[in-house]
Write a protein that binds this ligand. Sequence first.
Ligand code: UDP
Length: 237
Amino acid sequence: MAQPQYKRVLLKLSGEVLMGSQPFGIDPEFVAEMAAEVKAAKESGLEICLVIGGGNIFRGMAGAAKGMDRAQADYMGMLATVMNALAMQNALEQLGVPTRVQSAIEMDKVCEPVIRRRAERHLEKGRVVIFAAGVGAPYFTTDSGAALRAAEMRCDALFKGTSVDGVYNADPKQDPAAKRYDTIDYDTVLADNLKVMDASAVALCRDNKIPIVVFSIRERGNLARVLAGQGVQTIVQ
Ligand code: UDP
């Protein structure tokens, strides 16, 4: 594999990538596949921070749409991200990759709290650090959590693995003429309301000059290719 151009990266995966072909929840086989991709990326010499969403289990907005109190539903969503983080930690450690989970909601029986200096030490020692529970507050998403941790941990880039291979000027599933950008600037993403990440996450990356690399996580081996600066992707910068 070509030499990666980054040293430390934050990888954001939506919860949906853990559910495989199931309608919801966690499919251990898929988690193992994702863990193998992360392992390959780590073996290329990168320091890896990981943030996993919770949409495969629970989304606060969905609960609120059905009449729940939004903040209460969001806390449930944050707990879902901790379950995903533990599932990924299990899969990574089964592959021999030492991993620590740090949660923004303290849960000392199952993982560490978020402590930046400790996370630094884990990365130095070659561990993958999974940041769970987003920013630890309702009305946010794990995209904002990913942008926050990427800034805090001084990551060289935020890699957002999704089901599409980049950012388009229209929804490629609806419009066959939709065009994919190779690069695009933060302000165009915000002004045109392009569906990359939440506006607050994009703004945080912009203000801290963290490039966002959007790529498809569905193709096997793509993460390693994209990290090496190859493969199909859109860079928001
Ligand atoms: N959430 C939250 N604050 C955060 C991060 C997450 O309230 O800082 C809640 C929110 O309800 C969200 C859910 O956790 O819907 C799951 O996260 P997200 O929707 O970002 O997961 P993804 O779409 O990436 O799977």
